[in-house]
Design a protein around this ligand. Structure first.
Ligand SMILES: O=C1O[C@H](COP(=O)(O)O)[C@@H](O)[C@H](O)[C@H]1O
Length: 233
């Protein structure tokens, strides 16, 4: 498997390199099509990357920003991935980007799948960039071990854009882009930091059921041997 592993001396160097790579793909997409779509993860890892990317001198008013996944919490909750984006990415030059949230306060996650899918349909397939994260339980996006709806979210021929997810380790209900949408990205990156995440990656690559470590659904794709892994201690 030709996974491309990029190791950096520190997290700032990683953030800079990833931001430059993402900005370059977005610029190419804007030149080719007049617009670009970027899907990014939440959690704690991407803050520095977001801050670097927010200063990139690109035509942000032509960029749609999506979340790879969202926690079903109010937009001002400290658990909200949208809040993380608003505070760390949609600032500086990137404040002109168009953000399409994955949360509707008046609906439950399963109720919102249809309406959010309609909103996202013009923006995905293909994505220009998808930056994934990974938890030490082996989840990526909101593909969690023991998730109720995992099979539908991962189904290779599933035409759905979104899946509502509940899982014991997820904390709250979730909304996630499906695997086929993520695999459509021109640049598909996995951003992980720390020795613990590297160990989790090793365990995932060593083989075993996807249900136990759903990140394997991304790592084991013969379709995407060009997955770029960004790591720093
Ligand atoms: O819950 C989530 O966790 C993962 C990993 O987050 P991190 O805090 O370990 O960086 C993240 O990729 C995902 O988007 C998020 O919803």
């Amino acid at each position: 498997m030709d996974l491309r592993f990029h190791e950096y001396p520190d997290r700032a160097a990683l953030a800079e390199a990833l931001a430059m790579g993402v900005a370059s793909v977005l610029t190419d997409a804007i030149q080719a099509r007049g617009s670009a779509t970027l899907a990014v993860s939440g959690g704690s890892t991407p803050k520095l990357f977001f801050e670097k990317l927010s200063h990139a001198q690109i035509e942000w008013n032509r960029v749609s920003v999506l979340l790879v996944d969202e926690r079903w919490v109010e937009a001002d909750s400290p658990r909200s991935n949208a809040r993380l984006l608003r505070e760390h990415l949609l600032q500086n030059a990137a404040k002109d980007a168009h953000f399409e949230p994955l949360f509707l306060p008046e609906l439950t996650a399963p109720e919102a799948v249809e309406v959010l899918s309609q909103r996202l349909a013009p923006l995905v397939k293909p994505l220009d960039v998808a930056v994934l994260g990974m938890g030490n339980d082996g989840h990526t996006a909101s593909f969690f071990p023991q998730a109720d709806n995992l099979a539908a979210a991962l189904a290779p021929n599933e035409r759905g854009i979104l899946a509502a997810i509940e899982a014991p380790g997820a904390g709250e209900p979730r909304m996630t882009l499906t695997l086929p949408v993520l695999l459509s990205a021109h640049l598909l990156a996995l951003h992980i930091e720390g020795d613990d995440k590297r160990e989790t990656l090793r365990a995932a690559l060593a083989g075993g059921p996807v249900e136990a470590m759903p990140v394997r659904a991304v790592l084991n794709q013969s379709e995407r041997p060009d997955l770029q892994i960004f790591w720093a201690r």
